[in-house]
Design a protein around this ligand. Structure first.
Ligand code: AMP
Length: 509
C-alpha cells in the first residue's frame, strides 16, 4: 500500500515522502479514503498511530480541490476546524498541517490560550483555510467575533475523549451550536465511553467507523504483575486475592468460553458474585451481566477476549488474566481495559508452568519483563512439568468455525451509541439498522498474523480461542525448570505508574 494508491494527489505524496513516510499506517489506510469520500467518520485511534496524517492529508486534498469561499471581508474563509484538548497537541497538529500541505497554497493557523490573542486575530484577519484550536480560546474568538466560521466545511474533534475528560463538553457544545449545519465531521477518540458515544451520536451522520488497536505498549498507568502458581491452584488463588483485597469490578479473562463458564460457577460457589460473558450467551444475558458489573452489584465478570473487546467497560480497577492469551497482542488489549485515560489500574496474570512461552512472547511484545510475585501458600511446585495447554480440559474444539462470524460482540451499554456504517466508508442509504461499532483488524504491530503453536501430538484438535479466526494447535510446553523463571520471584515494587496523560499538557484554553 502506498500513499498515492489511497487517492492522494502528488503534492501531498511528495510532502509525506520527504518526511520519510513510505507506507501509510493502518489508520491512514482506512481514514484517508473515508475522509476523501466526504462522509462523517468515527475513528478509534490514539496518539502514535499516525492519526494526524490520517485526517490532515485528506482534508488538505479536499480543501485544495474545492474552490475557496471568500469571507465577508473578501479574505479566504475558514473551511476546516480542528479542535484538540491541549495546547501542545494543537501546536503539533498545526505543524503537521503545514508540513503535509507544504506544496499546496492553503493557509493554516493555531490558536490556544495562555498567549496573546492579538497575533491570532491578525492571522485570522489575513485569511486562513484551516484553524487548529483548543476549545476555550476558540470560544473567546467566537465571542469576540474575531473568527467567522460561517463557511466551515470540515470539523475534526481530535482526542475527543481527552477533551471530555478535561471538562470541555460544554465548550464543545457551544462551539457546535454556532457552526453551519452542513459539514463533514470527523471524531477521533482512543476510547468510547457512553459520553463519547452520545457526542458521536449527536454529531455524526451515518459515520464510517474505523478502529485500530491500541499500540503494543502497555499503558504506563497500569501496574502489571504476575503471580506464578500451579495450574490447579489458579481458581483458589483468584478467590484468595479477591477476598483478601476485597476487589470489586474485577474483569477476568479466560482463554475459552467453557473456561469462562466454569470459572464463574466456581467463583459463585466460593461466595463471590460472578457471571461469564461470551459469544454463546444470549444478548439479554450479556446485557444483564454487563449492567450488573457496571453498577457494582456483580463483583466479577469472566470474559473471553472477543466478548470483552466489544463491550465498553473502561477504567476498571482490576483486570485478571486467569489464562494468558494465546496471542500476545491480546494481552495488550486485555490490560488496556484498566488504567485508561490516566486512571490507575492493576493487571494481574496467573501464570502456570504451561504458559512460560506465552509469557515470553508477551514480554517480547511489550518490551519489558512483567514483575513477578509469589503469593504465600500458592508457591508453584518447582518440579512441575509443563503440559500442553489443552490437557487441562479447557479447550473447546475450534472445529474450524470462524469465531468472529456470527458471534457478534456484545452490544451492551450502548444507550447513546453512534450508528457507524462499515469502516470501509460504505454509507447505508438510510440511517437505520446500521451495525454497531466493531473492531477492525488490529493495527500496527497488532496487525501481525496470529501464530499457531506447535502440535504436541497428532490428535486433531485446536485451542478454542474466540476471536482468533484460526485454529490454534496447543503450544509446545516449555522445557527446563519452570521454577527458575517463575518461582521464587519476589514482589518488586517497581510497577510502572506514570503521570496522568489526560492531565498532562496545558489545559486547552
Ligand atoms: P500521530 O499518531 O499522528 O501523533 O503520529 C505519530 C508519529 O508518526 C508522528 O511523529 C508522525 O510524524 C509519524 N507518522 C505518521 N504517519 C507515518 C507514516 N505513514 N510513516 C511513518 N511515520 C509516520
Amino acid at each position: 500500500m502506498s500513499f498515492d494508491s489511497l487517492g492522494l494527489s502528488e503534492p501531498l505524496v511528495r510532502a509525506v515522502h520527504e518526511l520519510g513516510y513510505t507506507t501509510p499506517t493502518p489508520i491512514q489506510t482506512q481514514a484517508i479514503p473515508a475522509v476523501l469520500n466526504g462522509g462523517d467518520l468515527l475513528a478509534g485511534a490514539q496518539t502514535g498511530t499516525g492519526k494526524t496524517a490520517g485526517f490532515t492529508l485528506p482534508i488538505l486534498q479536499r480543501l485544495n480541490s474545492m474552490p475557496p469561499h471568500a469571507s465577508a471581508s473578501g479574505k479566504r474563509a475558514v473551511r476546516a476546524l480542528i479542535l484538540t484538548p491541549t495546547r501542545e497537541l494543537a501546536a503539533q497538529v498545526e505543524e503537521s498541517v503545514r508540513a503535509y500541505g507544504k506544496y499546496l497554497k492553503l493557509k493554516s493557523t493555531v490558536m490556544f490560550g495562555g498567549v496573546g490573542i492579538n497575533p491570532q486575530i491578525g492571522a485570522l484577519r489575513s485569511g486562513v483555510d484551516i484553524v487548529v484550536a483548543t476549545p476555550g480560546r476558540l470560544l473567546d474568538h467566537m465571542q469576540q467575533k474575531t473568527i467567522d466560521l460561517s463557511h466551515l466545511e470540515i470539523l475534526v474533534l481530535d482526542e475527543a475523549d481527552r477533551m471530555l475528560d478535561m471538562g470541555f463538553i460544554h465548550d464543545i457544545k457551544r462551539v457546535l451550536a454556532k457552526l453551519p449545519p452542513k459539514r463533514q465531521n470527523l471524531l477521533f477518540s482512543a476510547t468510547f465511553s457512553d459520553e463519547i458515544k452520545t457526542l458521536a451520536d449527536n454529531l455524526l451522520d451515518s459515520p464510517a467507523l474505523i478502529e485500530v488497536a491500541r499500540r503494543n505498549t502497555t499503558a504506563e498507568t497500569v501496574a502489571q504483575k504476575i503471580h506464578p502458581v500451579d495450574r490447579d491452584k489458579k481458581r483458589e488463588l483468584l478467590t484468595h486475592l479477591i477476598k483478601q483485597h476485597n476487589w470489586f469490578q474485577v474483569l477476568v479473562f479466560t482463554r475459552t468460553k467453557h473456561g469462562a463458564n466454569r470459572l464463574a460457577e466456581q467463583l459463585t460457589k466460593d461466595g463471590i458474585s460472578a457471571l461469564a460473558i461470551h459469544g454463546n450467551k444470549s444478548q439479554s444475558a450479556r446485557t444483564r451481566a454487563l449492567a450488573e458489573f457496571k453498577d457494582g452489584t456483580l463483583q466479577v465478570l469472566v470474559a473471553t477476549d472477543i466478548a470483552a473487546r466489544g463491550i465498553d467497560i473502561d477504567q476498571l480497577p482490576h483486570v485478571v488474566n486467569f489464562d494468558l492469551p494465546n496471542v500476545p497482542e491480546d494481552y495488550v488489549h486485555r490490560i488496556g481495559r484498566t488504567g485508561r485515560a490516566g486512571a490507575t489500574g492493576e493487571a494481574i496474570s496467573l501464570v502456570c508452568v504451561d504458559e512460560l512461552q506465552l509469557l515470553k512472547d508477551i514480554e517480547k511484545l511489550i518490551k519489558r519483563p512483567v514483575p513477578q510475585e509469589v503469593i504465600a501458600g500458592f508457591e508453584p511446585d518447582p518440579t512441575a512439568k509443563p503440559e500442553p495447554i489443552l490437557r487441562r480440559g479447557q479447550g473447546g474444539g475450534g472445529g474450524g468455525r470462524s469465531p468472529r462470524q456470527g458471534q457478534g460482540a456484545p452490544k451492551a451499554g450502548n444507550g447513546g451509541a453512534a450508528k457507524p456504517a462499515q469502516r470501509s466508508g460504505h454509507r447505508p442509504a438510510n440511517g437505520q439498522q446500521q451495525p454497531k461499532p466493531q473492531a477492525a483488524k488490529p493495527a500496527g504491530n497488532g496487525g501481525q498474523p496470529r501464530r499457531d503453536g506447535q502440535r504436541q501430538d497428532d490428535r486433531p484438535r485446536a485451542i478454542a480461542h474466540e476471536g482468533s479466526g484460526a485454529q490454534h494447535a496447543p503450544r509446545k510446553p516449555q522445557s527446563g525448570n519452570p521454577g527458575a523463571l517463575l518461582g521464587g520471584a519476589k514482589s518488586r515494587n517497581d510497577s510502572p505508574r506514570g503521570g496522568n496523560p489526560a492531565r498532562s499538557g496545558q489545559r486547552g484554553r
